[in-house]
Write a protein that binds this ligand. Structure first.
Ligand code: GTP
Length: 597
């Protein structure tokens, strides 16, 4: 395909504004899939994505479209997720494109992540085509939204496409604007190969598969390629594109998007962001790659059955190939044994990884409460970073501590400004600014990340009846008075239950946590004291009373099937239990800190 006829684009939007549905319509209209093959939200291929109705992984698909000039164009669509935790995916996809469709909901208008995503697209110098979706809704107000796009984002919206992914209105217009406005990639076929890996995954039959965008040169099967960061060479066996299922092609040329597979058996050989070149005739300089990702939230991951440790290690390695934002390293807990400390971009990311590990790799996991990364300045002049409360040095060794703050941008209707201010202050937030957007307000706050990961967003949503949208980015470290809150079960400290909290909240958190754990920990044969402590000082105590009867005592009489059922049920309950010393502790206990307040 002549590069003049190629268009590479992403779709960006705030969550739920309709990216995946628009992608469906584009696929449908270009006849990429027959009606029979078409399922709704075809690109959300993971079960988890379908169940939750969100896009987690970016996907690519090649569409062929006959433009108004009668020529056939190859449109490479890269669908991206909208949730703030997956911004990293968005950024990588954008680097493989020349343009982006910016979808804005005609009823809701510009939201916090619309802005965040536009900034990402502008960073990559992309041509942005504004698309106002859901114009079929009775509450749609496309003129107001056009005005918002101009006022808040500063983009010319006079030509914005008005469409409804539901009824199909305007979809053809989107395709025409893609052809007319998005620049074609430069034709550099005769240069040495230079391609960037923007995603990868592990296929049980083919090994590691890399999604690539070629900037210069071309790839044919049988070529020997080289990874520029490691110098590792490999033979290409399969090349192709996604339609959206993998489809073999004879060659991939400059400007095109597709996948390569070959003698790349080790998942670590394929690094997202790396440049691939030809071993025989390499390019002189690699592409600039991607900004490294910084995990914001850490937690411990342990298997319920310690015999599964190696399986967890293997699963994490494979998942990391598909999700470059995931980091992990081995750790040991006195309470939980051998496991991994894992870093995530946010709580949703953590939740998704945990669920993928359990579903795709058949593992039963215990996760510990999430923690941010603290900077600890010691009295001996040293600075250490701590993401596991257990690693906190003795109080006497600590000069002071710093915690990460984020700059949070919240957009809400005027009526809820008071509520947003109240919860932001309650979460130790510092007010920065307030701007009016028509009948809505954009507030910015500096808030400790630690408070955001607890329940800031849930609270924000519930206190604004779901109207608030939130986006945040790391805004540096600030000094805070923090302490370690420990939990003792049956007199023994459980390291996996320790958390770092602000000193002003420590008493109340300790009390709430002890109460919560009392509810969560099932009664056992003996009485279990649950204590919260700061240093040597016990600040709260609750007791889990001893069990009075065993489960079978309920069914005197000899109904064996009923007995079996009860035992099964008890076993079911036990699956997620971990013996900590003499106490059986269920998974929820390790997350209890997120549920207090
Ligand atoms: P994420 O993948 O989670 O980021 O969301 P998304 O932006 O891809 O949104 P998605 O396509 O999943 O659509 C969100 C919801 O809006 C779904 O319930 C769609 O059915 C609905 N929707 C999408 N487009 C339209 C439209 O044009 N009109 C109406 N009425 N509903 C729409």
């Amino acid at each position: 395909m002549d590069a003049k006829h190629i268009r590479n684009f992403s779709i960006i939007a705030h969550i739920d504004h309709g990216k995946s549905t628009i992608a469906d319509r584009l696929i449908e209209l270009t006849g990429t899939l027959s009606e029979r093959e078409m399922e709704s939200q075809i690109l959300d291929s993971m079960d988890l994505e379908r169940e939750r109705g969100i896009t987690i992984k970016a996907q690519t698909v090649r569409l062929n479209y006959r433009g108004k000039d009668g020529e056939i164009y190859e449109l490479n669509l890269i669908d991206t997720p909208g949730h703030v935790d997956f911004n990293y995916e968005v950024s990588r996809s954008l680097a493989a494109c020349e343009g982006a469709l910016l979808i804005v909901d005609a009823a809701q208008g510009v939201e916090a992540q619309t802005l965040a995503n536009v900034y990402l697209a502008l960073e990559h110098d992309l041509e942005i085509i504004p698309v106002i979706n859901k114009i079929d809704l009775p509450s749609a107000d496309p003129d107001r939204v056009k005005q918002e796009i101009e006022d808040v984002i500063g983009l010319d919206a006079s030509d914005a496409v008005l469409c409804s992914a539901k009824t199909g209105i305007g979809i053809e217009n989107i395709l025409d604007q893609i052809v007319a406005k998005i620049p074609a990639p430069a034709d550099k076929n005769d240069k040495p190969l230079k391609a960037i890996i923007f995603d990868s995954y592990f296929d049980a039959y083919k090994g590691a598969i890399a999604h690539i965008r070629i900037f210069e040169g071309c790839i044919k099967p049988g070529m020997k390629l080289k990874m520029m960061s490691t110098g590792k060479t490999f033979d290409v066996t399969d090349i192709g594109c996604f339609v959206p299922t993998p489809y073999a092609v004879d060659s991939l040329e400059s400007g095109q998007v597709g996948f390569i597979a070959g003698s790349l058996k080790n998942v670590r050989d394929v690094r997202v962001g790396d440049t691939v070149t030809a071993a025989a005739n390499p390019t002189d300089k690699p592409l600039s790659g991607y900004r490294g990702v910084t995990p914001m939230v850490y937690c411990g991951l342990y298997t319920v059955d310690s015999a599964d440790y190696n399986n967890l290690k293997d699963a994490l390695e494979k998942l990391q190939l598909n999700d470059a934002a995931l980091v992990f390293e081995p750790e040991t807990s006195i309470a939980l044994g051998f496991g991994f400390r894992c870093g995530f971009l946010g709580l949703l990311h953590m939740d998704v990884i945990q669920e993928r590990l359990e579903r795709e790799y058949n593992l039963k996991l215990i996760t510990t409460a999430p923690s941010v990364i603290y900077h600890i300045y010691k009295t001996n002049g040293e600075m250490i970073t701590v993401s596991n409360p257990t690693d906190l040095p003795e109080t006497t060794e600590i000069e002071h501590m710093e915690e990460p703050f984020v700059k949070a941008t919240i957009i809400v209707p005027n009526d809820y400004v008071g509520a947003v201010m109240e919860i932001s202050q309650d979460k130790r937030g510092k007010f920065i600014s307030m701007d009016y957007i028509d009948s809505r307000v954009m507030l910015t706050y500096h808030i400790p990340l630690n408070e955001i990961i607890y329940d800031y967003f849930d609270k924000l949503k519930s206190m604004t009846r779901g109207y608030a949208s939130l986006d945040y980015e790391l805004a540096g470290y600030q000094q805070s008075k923090l302490v370690k809150l420990d939990i003792l079960l049956n007199g023994e400290m459980v390291d996996a239950l320790s958390t770092i909290v602000h000193i002003d909240r420590a008493q109340i958190r300790g009390r709430q946590l002890a109460e919560k754990l009392k509810e969560i920990i099932p009664r056992q044969m003996f009485e279990i004291p649950v204590q919260a402590a700061i240093g040597n000082k016990i600040i709260a105590r609750e007791t889990v009373r001893a069990m009075r009867k065993d489960v079978l005592s309920k069914c005197y009489g000899g109904d064996i099937s009923r007995k079996r059922k009860l035992l099964e049920k008890q076993k079911e309950g036990k699956k997620r239990m971990k013996s900590v010393g003499s106490v059986e502790v269920p998974q929820e206990a390790f997350m209890a800190i997120l549920k207090v307040d």
